[in-house]
Design a binder for this molecule. Structure first.
Ligand SMILES: C[S@@+](CC[C@H](N)C(=O)[O-])C[C@H]1O[C@@H](n2cnc3c(N)ncnc32)[C@H](O)[C@@H]1O
Length: 247
């Protein structure tokens, strides 16, 4: 089961995101706007939008934003916050694996897309991640860019997790340890699993290129301090910026 469908996991995670990352969101969005280079009023896709921290700021800046998320709780929080900020968002509930189906009946042709803070990609395994990247690519207009931030595999391959055996380095899978009481009682006691596929930079660059993107750049990524900076091996996250071009 995707952990984001679990009430307890989502509440604890949202509380942590609000505390650690919400204050830096304005800076991140300014960087995103500059890098996407999309005109005010154009349409943007926020994949794994969560409680809408980027969607809301982008809408406030004048963009038309569609957010997609698998978690009903995150989306209901996003709806509430959109009302508080007096802005309009299109919010779709579903798995990013079904991106094309979710979008077909709604909107198409985005001028840019973001997927910030491990929002879906990586939880799916590389074959599914590739299929999602292809779908993002086909949902973009020519010239549209994707900005993606996710874990930097270089750190995991060097870190304590290998010694602690919580990183399966043959498959690139991190097994996050969740508190024992985070069981989903409604799911026949199935233990909640949070397993994440992490990528070394060259792997993710390759996936983006196979998906059809060009000019794939890998940068360092620090929450609240987005800027063009080289990726360091010890950075927790990395940033990918890539473009859909005509060829
Ligand atoms: C760490 S949160 C980040 C949320 C938001 N992007 C932010 O930066 O505040 C990850 C989000 O990705 C969503 N997510 C995870 N797997 C997903 C999937 N397969 N499809 C759609 N959303 C997913 C979760 O529900 C959650 O809201």
């Amino acid at each position: 089961m995707n952990p984001w469908k679990n009430e307890k996991f989502t509440s604890e995670s949202l509380e942590a995101i609000d505390r650690k990352f919400l204050p830096g969101t304005g800076q991140e969005v300014q960087f995103i706007i500059n890098e996407l280079g999309a005109e005010i009023g154009s349409s943007l896709l926020d994949i794994g939008c969560g409680a809408g921290r980027h969607s809301i700021e982008l809408a406030k800046a004048g963009f038309v934003v569609t957010g997609i998320d698998i978690s009903p709780k995150m989306l209901s929080e996003a709806r509430k916050r959109a009302v508080e900020h007096k802005i309009k968002l299109t919010l779709l509930e579903g798995d990013i694996l079904s991106l094309s189906e979710l979008l077909n009946s709604n909107v198409e042709g985005f001028d840019g897309a973001i997927c910030i803070c491990e929002s879906g990609l990586g939880t799916l395994g590389w074959q599914k991640d590739l299929s999602v990247l292809r779908k993002i690519h086909s949902s973009l207009n020519y010239g549209g860019k994707l900005i993606l931030t996710t874990y930097n595999g270089l750190k995991k391959y060097r870190g304590d997790r290998i010694r602690a055996k919580s990183f399966d380095y043959l498959q690139g899978l991190v097994h996050w340890q969740l508190p024992d009481d985070w069981y989903d009682d409604h799911d026949h006691g199935e233990k909640l699993k949070d397993i994440q596929r992490v990528y070394i930079p060259a792997e993710l660059k390759m996936l983006c290129e196979i998906a059809g993107f060009n000019f794939v750049e890998i940068l360092g990524c620090k929450p609240g301090e987005f800027k063009r900076q080289p990726l360091e091996p010890d950075d927790i996250e990395m940033m990918i910026i890539c473009t859909k071009t005509k060829k």
